[in-house]
Write a protein that binds this ligand. Structure first.
Ligand SMILES: Cc1ncc(COP(=O)(O)O)c(C=O)c1O
Length: 289
């Protein structure tokens, strides 16, 4: 099947899907986005993702381009028209097209674009191998809770990680505490088996996967503590892992070259990954029935 994308009311061949060069997303990164996972053709955790979209838009005073229900219809259509079974939807809302000038334009409708991407599930071997992360100063702005399309710092950070042979870069605030990865939330498991992750303040994006993992962990009887942690603490923790919509949960086995715990994927991370895999499968099955 050829790829179909959605732009402002139209389902169009992906190769010809365009917005104007004076779109404020293009010129000012004046917009926000979401990435929602699709498994077995079904949206996973669409509710919390659309809620977060509405929150991000509210924080930068862009109106929802349509109701949440209508947006759900568009997303379902994009899945169908691409015959997408496993992958993700990217949706972006910008303040729209206007003559270039910094203040909000008076009568401009937001731009809404949706694209679909196929992906391959991570193999059990890949998950079990874990990933390496490096650390970098967090050079982002002060409102990382807004899912802004202004992603230059994460682009540079991820590139540096990949150039160093690492999967992700964990960003550090000025006091040396880990904020989060460039596109993932950061976690450790302390020596008592407690999961530790930074509280969702303005310095991080409150990941939908992060919230889901918290609930699953609590259901499994694991303690979860929201507090900042340092790199040294992470390196001497029992385990570490990262989380996001497209990676689910991946064990972190090295931080700046130093092994975490045993240097192997940890048992808590692997159990939680299993629970999350099951959650995704069950959500898709429930949506299909
Ligand atoms: C900076 C940042 N933190 C965390 C996440 C993980 O969020 P989610 O679990 O909602 O995908 C993302 C996802 O793109 C992100 O960009």
């Amino acid at each position: 099947v050829s790829r179909i994308s959605y732009v402002n009311g139209h389902y169009v061949p992906h190769a010809g899907a365009m917005v104007h060069i004076e779109d404020r997303g293009y010129q000012f990164a004046d917009g926000v986005y979401e990435v929602i996972h699709v498994c077995d053709g079904q949206l996973i955790d669409a509710g919390p993702h659309l809620e977060r979209l509405e929150r991000s838009l509210g924080e930068i005073r862009i109106a929802m381009p349509m109701t949440r229900r209508a947006l759900g219809v568009v997303l379902t259509q994009v899945i169908r028209r691409n015959r997408l079974s496993f992958g993700s939807l990217y949706l972006q809302v910008t303040r729209g097209v206007a003559r270039r000038d910094f203040p909000f334009p008076a009568h401009t409708a937001p731009t809404l674009a949706v694209t679909a991407q196929r992906m391959h599930p991570y193999s059990a071997a890949k998950v079990a191998a874990g990933v390496a992360v490096i650390t970098l100063p967090d050079i982002r702005w002060g409102r990382c809770d807004i899912k802004s399309i202004g992603l230059l710092a994460p682009v540079l950070g991820k590139q540096q990680a990949r150039a160093s042979g690492a999967f992700e870069a964990w960003q550090l605030d000025s006091a040396g505490y880990v904020t989060e990865g460039t596109s993932t939330n950061a976690w450790i498991v302390d020596r008592q088996g407690t999961l530790v992750t930074r509280p969702a303040d303005h310095r991080i994006l409150n990941g939908v996967t992060r919230l889901r993992l918290m609930t699953l962990a609590q259901d499994m009887g694991l303690a979860v503590l929201e507090r900042p942690f340092t790199v040294a603490e992470a390196q001497s923790a029992a385990e570490a892992f990262l989380s996001s919509t497209t990676t689910y949960l991946l064990p972190v086995t090295r931080i700046d070259g130093a092994p975490v715990g045993s240097g192997q994927a940890g048992p808590v991370a692997l159990r939680l990954r299993e629970a999350y895999d099951l959650f995704v499968k069950n959500s898709a099955a429930r949506a299909l029935s």
